[in-house]
Design a protein around this ligand. Structure first.
Ligand code: G1P
Length: 317
């Protein structure tokens, strides 16, 4: 049935946000890691905005106990709105009402933390038999590189599933899904009309393995954070055994998709991320995101840059 869906437009997004955030303890003891601020907005708001700009209009949060705060952020706060209105604080009012412009957010609980593949599987009833995007909120993409938009365009053109690829060192590859790839020439696949894509940006995946030991790394390309998946993946996840770390790995379902014939919804394509990407689930990556976004902040940027310059001088770097 999936082949009929080949050119169906991608409207659904799934955001797995059920993780405990252990890399960030004690900060994440009572506050979800997705709520950590990037200047003055929680990281997840930037991810939801990215999904909206990529054309998704329905988002499903895969949530867990103690994470209701994320949903509260995308809801009205009538008394705060009234107070800001009364005080004529229009900019602040607009900032808390911004969620109304984003794709609608629903949520479902994962219950038991059995891995990323298991988290995505929780979306099967909501998404149904339609292609959908997955956005890992730890991966923050700079708004200047709309990689998800390009990936959706690739899926709508050639079907199958699409993963975002990052160029990494062999050492870095051990922390990601490592992929064996072959270049796909854009023109012969009808991909040359997609804005922002150049030859050398799109690959066919031949094999993928989750967090391999360094001597089993497949190439300098790692699959990270953004995926556009054929609904065939739900069928695969249903019976997928646990993989690396004893968890049901989304990466293992990509290997099955690679082995599935295209007319049954198989095939996996990779699109290389050419812009900036931050791992906000990691302390250093988070600090980098805050500093870079702080420098670019329209209101704060000038002062922040001057402050950093002063600090760097004093640091004897
Ligand atoms: C997950 C995925 C992995 C991917 C990574 C970064 O791993 O399992 O394939 O490369 O995210 O997006 P995690 O970092 O959650 O362990």
């Amino acid at each position: 049935m999936s082949s009929l869906l080949k050119n169906a437009s991608v409207r659904h997004g799934v955001i797995p946000a059920a993780g405990r955030g252990t890399r960030f303890l004690p900060m994440t003891k009572a506050i979800p890691k997705e709520m950590l601020p990037i200047v003055d907005r929680p990281a997840i708001e930037l991810v939801v905005e990215e999904a909206t700009q990529a054309g998704l209009d329905d988002l499903l949060l895969i949530s867990a106990a103690q994470k209701q705060m994320i949903e509260d952020h995308f809801d009205a706060v009538p008394d705060l709105e009234a107070a800001l209105r009364e005080g004529e604080k229009w900019e602040l009012l607009a900032s808390i009402e911004r969620y109304q412009d984003f794709a609608r957010i629903h949520s479902v609980r994962q219950g038991h933390p059995r891995g990323l593949g298991h988290a995505v599987y929780q979306a099967r009833h909501h998404v149904g038999d339609a292609p959908f995007a997955v956005l890992l909120p730890d991966d923050l993409m700079h708004p200047e590189d709309p990689v998800l938009e390009k990936m959706i365009a690739v899926r709508e053109q050639i079907g199958g599933s699409v993963v975002a690829l990052l160029e990494v060192t062999p050492q870095q590859a051990t922390a990601y899904g490592s992929a064996d790839v072959t270049t796909i020439p854009l023109a012969s696949n009808g991909l040359d009309g997609i804005e922002g894509l150049n030859d050398g940006d799109v690959f066919r995946l031949n094999k993928i393995v989750e967090k391999p030991p360094i001597d089993e790394v497949l190439s300098e390309y790692a699959s990270v954070g953004r995926y556009v998946l054929d609904p065939k993946v739900f069928e695969i996840l249903e019976t997928l055994p646990p993989g690396r770390g004893g968890e049901i790995q989304l990466t293992d379902s990509f290997q099955s998709l690679i082995e599935t014939p295209e007319d049954l919804g198989g095939g996996v394509t990779g699109v290389v991320i050419r812009g900036r990407r931050f791992d906000t689930g990691d302390k250093l990556g988070y600090l980098q995101a805050v500093v870079e976004m702080g420098i670019e902040d329209p209101q704060l940027g000038g002062e922040f840059r001057a402050l950093l310059k002063g600090l760097v001088k004093g640091l004897d770097l």
